[in-house]
Design a protein around this ligand. Structure first.
Ligand SMILES: Cc1cc2nc3c(=O)[nH]c(=O)nc-3n(C[C@H](O)[C@H](O)[C@H](O)COP(=O)(O)OP(=O)(O)OC[C@H]3O[C@@H](n4cnc5c(N)ncnc54)[C@H](O)[C@@H]3O)c2cc1C
Length: 277
């Protein structure tokens, strides 16, 4: 086994182009998934790559380094449209998990219950990947392919999440339902992004739901119905949520998830609308 923790991204890329390796960021998904096993094979630890932790705004884009921990995202001043992402960050595990766990790890782990994904979907986030073959960007909605499946090739490192600078008047909200308020895997979570017109009605609305399908999804049918509506009185029906396919499991039944998704969508839209104040 080779354990490698480089200080420069190019060294990390070089290592991964020569050796298949487990990529380790905060390790908060990797280590629990091992159970009684130890890490085997080569390990590439990204935690010393300071360039992968930076959060910058330039050229109309907000760039969040893939190894930025959740607590850095909470602490960084960002446009109001990022409030949903910050709210999700504050609810990921406890403070120790938020200090170690990273945004890149959350999306690469591709859990249907990854709380970071719905807020990033409503921000139209793109995933930047780097390898010895070059750099490419892919929409987050195309990056996460299924349960624990992503579009990442084994020699690629996710270097950043890149988001078009949202309009100043855009607001957002995130709601998470679990069996208790904190330290819990989501039963359903919803992110809403809203802009209002001069009459206070919805001008543009984006909504994403997680933990109700193999991957978190944007609710396009619902989004099409939002313009012109009062954010506090939107009625969300089953027809709006056709993209969802929840399952029965130990945390909740499919029926409960579906009903909760509708309620949380309504509440998240209303909350984002009130923030638009
Ligand atoms: C007690 C506890 C509570 C938790 N609560 C929540 C919660 O409430 N909500 C939630 O969403 N999650 C939760 N998690 C899961 C986890 O903390 C998050 O998903 C976290 O963001 C993972 O980040 P990480 O850096 O620790 O990932 P790691 O464990 O280091 O990596 C996860 C996966 O991503 C890959 N990877 C990581 N970074 C990169 C990269 N830059 N490029 C390529 N591949 C990469 C790894 O190879 C691995 O497959 C919890 C975990 C624990 C242990």
């Amino acid at each position: 086994m080779v354990y490698y923790a480089p200080r420069h991204l190019e060294d990390a890329v070089d290592f991964l182009s020569n050796e298949p390796a487990i990529v380790l960021a905060g390790g908060t998904d990797v280590f629990p998934s091992l159970g009684e096993r130890s890490l085997a094979g080569h390990v590439l630890d990204l935690s010393r790559l300071l360039e992968l932790r930076a959060i910058d705004r330039a050229d109309g884009m907000v760039r969040i380094g893939a190894a930025a921990p959740w607590s850095d995202i909470v602490a960084t001043p960002l446009p109001a449209a990022f409030d949903a992402l910050k709210c999700a960050a504050r609810q990921i595990g406890g403070i120790q998990i938020q200090n170690a766990g990273t945004i890149g790890g959350n999306i690469c782990n591709a859990s249907p219950a990854a709380d970071g994904v719905p807020p990033l979907l409503v921000l139209d986030a793109r995933v930047e990947l780097v390898s010895a073959r070059g750099v490419r960007r892919v929409a987050l909605s195309d990056f996460i392919l299924g349960v624990r499946k992503t579009d990442r090739a084994s020699d690629e490192i996710v270097s950043a999440i890149v988001i078009p600078e949202p309009p100043e008047d855009a607001k957002s909200a995130f709601l998470k339902l679990g069996s208790r308020s904190h330290l819990v895997i989501s039963i359903v979570m919803v992110a809403a992004f809203l802009r209002r017109d001069s009459a206070g009605r919805i001008a543009e609305g984006r909504v994403a739901v997680g933990a109700c399908a193999p991957t978190a999804r944007r609710m396009r049918e619902l989004e099409r119905d939002l313009p012109g509506k009062d954010a506090t009185c939107v009625e969300v029906t089953a027809a709006h949520l056709g993209a969802l396919a929840p399952i029965d499991d130990v945390r909740a039944s499919a029926e409960y998830r579906m009903k909760s998704a509708a309620t949380l969508c309504q509440r998240a839209i209303a909350e984002a609308g009130c923030r638009n104040g």
